[in-house]
Design a protein around this ligand. Structure first.
Ligand code: C2E
Ligand code: CA
Ligand code: CA
Ligand code: CA
Length: 279
């Protein structure tokens, strides 16, 4: 049994080494992903809860890996954050969103507002505001068409510095949202000090809201709080017509989720738009 234990330990350490090696490979692959044009944004519609029209889209990153196929952000964004690669990757995301916004406009699709996710590391990187200024100089995008989503935990870490940076981003004209709201540890006291436009209720409260009185109660409280603070309130993770109805009646402003559409490549979004806009 002793021997078996040792073998087991050896196997375990071998597995660990393999995992670490894989991580290393993935990291060195990720290092080249931008220049090799393997990164792509998929877009998920955000729908006006009352009118049913498109409010905008959320741009969500994916990685077309030559051998592993399409990799979801949960499998490489943490690695990008640990390695610092999230700074150039995040800069790519911002530019790509601006480029796509202009491309849709040029294609006659009108002004489709795009929200994108910011990582804590991007926000703390002192060069963010300067790089946003450069982006605006390069792309003739109305900054209000680009919106940044920050999670509650990012905002609550180092509140004073965060507020200062967000004020600068806001002064440039960009929109700001608090993402995954309800899961972190927001102090309501601080919340009103952030120059926010929108609050996104975390999916965990939204899912199956039609059959969970508790989730509905929490969601209604969050909607009330958001409106009191003058914010637009979005529910994400809306997966059924029943949930969409309940959220609309609860006073939610904007809906996002698989019920309307999964995130999709840009060309597919255009086709989808034509589909919903046809009478
Ligand atoms: P998030 O910002 O909370 O994005 C929402 C996630 O929920 C997306 O997963 C989306 O595809 C998924 N989703 C949307 N509707 C539904 C629904 O009805 N049901 C369910 N079950 N899921 C739904 P995705 O695209 O895999 O992104 C995961 C996370 O990765 C994002 O969570 C965000 O935190 C991060 N992420 C994505 N793109 C970027 C990026 O460009 N930069 C950074 N820093 N993080 C990103
Ligand atoms: Ca988000
Ligand atoms: Ca979210
Ligand atoms: Ca999330």
């Amino acid at each position: 049994a002793k021997n078996g234990g040792r073998d087991h330990a050896r196997m375990f350490s071998q597995q660990l080494q393999d995992q670490q090696l894989q991580q290393l490979h993935l990291e060195s692959d990720l290092r080249h992903a931008i220049e090799r044009q393997q990164l792509v944004l998929h877009y998920q519609p955000r729908i006006d809860a009352v009118g049913g029209l498109l409010h905008g889209v959320e741009g969500l990153i994916r990685w077309h890996h030559p051998r592993r196929g399409l990799i979801a952000p949960d499998s490489f964004v943490p690695l990008a954050e640990e390695s610092g690669l999230i700074v150039p990757i995040g800069a790519w995301v911002i530019r790509e969103a601006c480029r796509q916004h202009l491309a849709w406009r040029a294609a006659g699709a009108g002004e489709i507002a795009i929200s994108i996710n910011l990582s804590a590391i991007q926000l703390k990187n002192g060069a963010l505001v300067a790089s946003l200024r450069e982006v605006l100089a390069e792309f003739p995008v109305a900054p209000g068409q680009i919106e940044f989503e920050l999670t509650e935990s990012i905002l609550m870490d180092n509140v004073d510095d965060t507020i200062a940076t967000l004020r600068q981003i806001k002064a440039l004209g960009f929109g700001l949202s608090i993402d995954d709201f309800g899961t972190g540890y927001s102090s309501l006291n601080y919340l009103c000090r952030f120059p926010l436009d929108k609050l996104k209720i975390d999916m965990s409260f939204v899912q199956n809201i039609h059959s969970s009185p508790q989730n509905l109660a929490v969601t209604k409280a969050i909607i009330g709080l958001g409106h009191t603070l003058g914010l637009t309130v979005t529910a994400e993770g809306v997966e059924s017509a029943a949930d969409a109805d309940v959220l609309r009646h609860a006073g939610c402003d904007e809906l996002q989720g698989y019920y309307f559409s999964r995130p999709m490549p840009q060309a597919q979004l255009l086709a989808w738009l034509q589909g919903v806009e046809q009478p």
